[in-house]
Design a protein around this ligand. Structure first.
Ligand SMILES: CC(C)=CCC[C@@H](C)[C@H]1CC[C@H]2C3=C(CC[C@]12C)[C@@]1(C)CC[C@H](O)C[C@@H]1CC3
Ligand SMILES: C[S@@+](CC[C@H](N)C(=O)[O-])C[C@H]1O[C@@H](n2cnc3c(N)ncnc32)[C@H](O)[C@@H]1O
Length: 383
């Protein structure tokens, strides 16, 4: 199927599944207004790739169908993410006494600072979700942001929120696959990506597109999801954790940190910063909201968030969604989605505790001033 046909079909499917009035309802109330048949199809399209098979063929199929697989994944998890986490779909570090929202915002500010984003810069947000980070970074720096996303539902939501918070003049959200960007070469002053490029079937593919659209001398800053140096692909326990993360988070293949670093270099980037922000002595670990350990809760205002993200809260949500599905209030397949998200939570905590995985491998990379726009990565080492 051509790129244009795929886009048309995905846009039409979004209307069927979520209706025309996207934005007003969020979380579980949005879940209650889905089209039943379309939801069943979306869940099936997502889960068909994660049927327990970890052999090379199954992996190859996931990599080939990355666009539809992630589109379907975010079609069915976005309402749960907003209900449980908010409108920034990423992790962060926590300081003692810091609220959940402050920690999420600080993580975004830090990336904007490391990318060197200035007032009036034109910035690309690769894999922008429903625009939580774009809104925060636009307010923080005064820059203009274009959010790129292949999920129509999230784009409609991001546009709705930008209008609601009077930020439409500073930002726009466009549909596109980050493996094949439609922007002109040398367009953006800065590019950032937060926990999104791990959905790529090949990191060189997305990084080379970023290199192409970035102006010479511009910087790209990313929080990458990778398996760390401790990870051994041939260790069954390690592979189980990586698979749980892939399944629960709609990722075709979790790559090793070296793959990401090499991919940046192969694309022509000069890597300025390469630091795992999770590799530290923080008293409160980044994965704490998913552990259900009350001792870490920072303040009373965070109790509701903490309950929803904790093991107990997740079981409660699953039970509630099961009843809602039985009563016909939630669409069929919603229960399966909560089960897949449970896998995500378990895999992420196991990966975090063992330090086999990090969701915050910070890379800051520069496109040299004298750079050619399109790197030829075809002759370089492959992943
Ligand atoms: C998928 C990628 C690359 C990034 C998303 C990171 C996080 C924002 C999500 C990873 C697992 C998600 C879960 C939830 C919210 C968003 C995540 C933390 C829930 C807490 C949402 C409410 C559900 O009932 C349980 C979910 C568990 C997993
Ligand atoms: C975990 S979310 C992070 C969203 C956002 N960066 C944030 O922090 O809130 C990953 C995002 O990447 C987007 N994405 C995944 N694959 C993509 C692709 N091939 N092209 C464009 N966007 C993609 C998803 O639709 C989703 O919005």
């Amino acid at each position: 199927m051509s790129e244009t046909e795929l886009r048309k079909r995905q846009a039409q499917f979004t209307r069927e599944l979520h209706g025309d009035e996207i934005g007003k309802k969020t979380g579980l109330s949005a879940l209650m207004s889905k089209n039943n048949t379309a939801q069943k199809e979306a869940v099936q399209k997502y889960l068909k790739h994660w049927d327990g098979k970890t052999d090379k063929d199954a992996e190859e199929r996931r990599l080939e169908d990355y666009n539809e697989a992630t589109h379907s994944y975010y079609n069915v998890v976005t309402d749960f993410y907003e209900y449980g986490w908010g409108s920034s779909f990423h992790f962060s570090r926590f300081y003692q006494g810091e609220s959940f929202a402050a920690s999420i915002a600080r993580h975004e500010h830090y990336l904007a600072y490391k990318a060197g984003i200035q007032k009036d810069d034109l910035v690309l947000d690769v894999g922008c979700g429903v625009g939580g980070p774009a809104r925060e970074i636009a307010r923080f720096t005064g820059c203009n942001v274009i959010g790129l996303n292949n999920n129509d539902y999230q784009i409609a939501k991001a546009k709705y929120y930008a209008k609601k918070f009077n930020l439409s003049d500073q930002m726009d959200f466009v549909k596109g696959d980050f493996m094949h960007m439609d922007f002109e070469e040398n367009t953006f002053d800065r590019v950032y990506a937060i926990e999104a490029t791990c959905h790529a079937p090949k990191l060189e593919g997305v990084y080379s597109e970023i290199y192409k659209v970035l102006k010479p001398g511009g910087t790209f800053a990313v929080y990458e999801w990778v398996m760390t140096d401790k990870y051994d692909e041939n260790n069954a326990e390690h592979r189980k954790i990586a698979y749980e993360i892939e399944l629960g988070d709609g990722i075709p293949k979790m790559f090793h940190v070296d793959v990401a670093r090499k991919a940046l270099k192969n694309c022509g980037f000069e890597v300025l910063v390469s630091e795992d922000l999770a590799d530290n002595d923080d008293e409160i670990p980044w994965y704490y909201p998913l552990t259900g350990e009350w001792k870490y809760v920072q303040n009373l205002a965070n109790l509701a968030t903490f309950f929803r993200t904790s093991y107990l809260g997740r079981q409660f949500t699953t039970a509630m969604v099961t009843v809602m599905e039985k009563l016909g209030l939630a669409p069929e397949g919603s229960k399966e989605v909560t089960a897949a998200l449970e896998n995500a939570a378990v895999g992420l905590v196991a990966g975090g505790k063992s330090k086999l995985f990090t969701p915050m491998m910070l890379f800051v990379a520069k496109k040299p001033k004298e750079a050619e726009a399109s790197p030829d990565t075809s002759k370089k080492a492959t992943q």
